[in-house]
Design a protein around this ligand. Structure first.
Ligand SMILES: [Zn+2]
Length: 86
């Protein structure tokens, strides 16, 4: 199941939505993927300031934190949604 999460950034007072995609095969089966492109989009929507270190992997600060377990060969993020704080 693909759930939509709303990430927030309490420093810039912004929010952005993301729907991690379920991984069904391979070593990351059971986890979810957030593509590198989506991660960059989230960072841009939540912060957007070059060199700003206000947020986490996806530009989030406060609110929901998605637990990054790994990155694949294309630098997409593998997140473990069983370990997020939502
Ligand atoms: Zn920022």
């Amino acid at each position: 199941m693909n759930t939509t999460y709303t990430l927030t950034n309490s420093f810039h007072n912004t929010s952005a939505t993301v729907r991690p995609v379920a991984i069904t095969e391979g070593r990351f089966a059971g986890m979810h993927k957030i593509s590198r492109k989506t991660a960059l989009r989230l960072r841009n929507e939540l912060c957007g300031i070059e060199g700003c270190t206000c947020g986490g992997n996806f530009g989030e600060r406060g609110g929901i934190v998605l637990d990054v377990a790994n990155e694949d060969y294309d630098r997409n993020y593998i997140v473990d949604l069983s370990r997020n704080n939502a």
